[in-house]
Design a protein around this ligand. Structure first.
Ligand SMILES: NC(=O)C1=CN([C@@H]2O[C@H](COP(=O)(O)OP(=O)(O)OC[C@H]3O[C@@H](n4cnc5c(N)ncnc54)[C@H](OP(=O)(O)O)[C@@H]3O)[C@@H](O)[C@H]2O)C=CC1
Ligand SMILES: [Mg+2]
Length: 375
């Protein structure tokens, strides 16, 4: 069984490393934008902007009924300079590629229409860059007429948790990172040592207090998330704040000084009164809630004769063992449609690492059922 788990984990690693050939160039281009304010200001002119209203991203519905993140551009340039660095015999060859881009919507023009100065784009934060080398930024529009902006942009601002059910897979992490960076900057405007304002660099990769000299970098709080199995069932739980019917894997913040394993043992014991063994690492994920968590996902097992749960009602509303059939049924259910009643039991969206753990467990069960001649 452990051997098969390892097989799944290795597949995961391979999947997450499917970089394009220009990966190194992209990473170094972004590093330069992070460190060089002038280069970053220049990149704004050819950037792609994701807008947020009170931390909700702007989504657009395509003609085929699929939702995507609305990307806006400024009018400044219609070409993107993207430097590719090639290392040949320790000599660096610089190649400038100019990629023509159609200007879909003029961001500055739109911002002016809703009462914002055209220099407002300078308040954006660098998120990354596309495969084509277009730098991507997030921008909080703040207190403006939300519906006027939605109309101008032909989109709508959607709560991020809902957006995770609507967006195609690769766009969710970008939407999450955009919100997380905006929130971090909003809540770190002052130095905790002097109380003086902190000043951001152009990319938003840090803030500095010029009075104390302290540099603040965006932070994530480590959280362990674990799918506990008794061999044929898995344990899922829900908190009162979860949407109706949603169950997820057990999770908890790491205490200062703890290892992943120590947090995992403590959280499972605290929340459901069980002792676990056979911890297997599965993967990790940045999660933007509540203030950016770094999710470390694992599988673990309990003795099949020691499965009685004893729920800490202060933390959890419910915790139950679910069979393979219940889990596969929940995984088959389509993403939530806000216009319909939620199903009685459902699991987090495919972007959430909890979903990945549940999927891996179901795959593992399917494999061992095949080996034992079961359906
Ligand atoms: N991506 C995924 O698949 C999943 C992600 N998660 C995320 O994991 C996170 C943690 O899971 P959860 O089970 O709630 O954690 P815990 O079981 O540790 O309980 C959360 C409580 O711990 C307190 N707490 C301790 N340290 C921190 C900290 N650094 N930041 C915030 N609160 C802290 C808070 O108390 P108080 O409120 O009283 O201050 C909070 O209510 C959640 O934010 C959740 O969004 C969870 C499941 C799935
Ligand atoms: Mg918890």
């Amino acid at each position: 069984m452990l051997q098969s788990f390892k097989l799944f984990f290795n597949c995961n690693l391979v999947r997450s490393r499917s970089y394009s050939g220009y990966y190194v160039s992209r990473v170094r281009y972004l590093k330069r934008l992070k460190e060089d304010d002038e280069a970053c200001r220049e990149a704004l002119k050819s950037g792609i902007f994701l807008l947020y209203h009170k931390l909700s991203p702007l989504l657009r519905e395509t003609s085929s009924g699929i939702y995507t993140l609305a990307s806006l551009k400024t009018s400044g340039f219609n070409t993107t300079p993207f430097k590719l660095f090639h290392y040949v015999n320790k000599r660096i060859l610089h190649m400038h590629l100019y990629i023509c881009m159609p200007i879909s919507v003029d961001l500055e023009h739109i911002l002016e229409k809703v009462g914002k100065d055209k220099h407002f784009v300078n308040e954006s934060f660098l998120l990354g860059c596309t495969d084509k080398g277009e730098p991507q930024f997030s921008l909080e529009v703040g207190d403006i007429d939300r519906s006027a902006l939605e109309q101008e942009c032909r989109g709508m601002f959607v709560d991020l948790r809902k957006a995770f059910f609507m967006l195609p897979g690769p766009e969710s992490p970008l939407a999450a990172k955009g919100q997380a960076l905006l929130r971090w900057h909003q809540t770190n405007c002052f130095c905790s040592a002097t109380g003086q304002p902190t000043i951001r660099n152009q990319s938003g990769s840090f803030r500095v207090c010029h009075s104390s000299g302290i540099t603040y970098y965006p932070k994530m709080a480590p959280v362990v998330i674990v799918l506990v199995s008794d061999g044929s069932r898995c344990l899922l739980a829900r908190q009162t704040m979860f949407p109706l019917g949603m169950y997820s894997a057990l999770s908890g913040f790491c205490d200062m000084g703890e290892s992943v394993e120590e947090t995992l043992h403590r959280e499972v014991a605290e929340e459901v009164g069980l002792e676990v063994k056979n911890i297997q690492y599965s993967g990790s994920q940045h999660w933007p809630f509540p203030q950016s968590s770094f999710m470390l996902a694992c599988h673990a097992t309990v003795n099949p004769d020691k499965t009685q749960v004893n729920i800490d009602k202060a933390e959890l509303e419910d915790a139950r063992w679910f069979t393979y059939e219940e889990i596969t049924e929940a995984l088959r259910k389509p993403p939530l449609d806000p216009r319909r009643e939620p199903p009685v039991f459902w699991v987090p969206p495919s972007y959430a690492i909890a979903n990945q753990l549940i999927q891996e467990w179901a795959n593992q069960q399917q494999l061992s059922r095949k080996l034992h001649g079961l359906k």
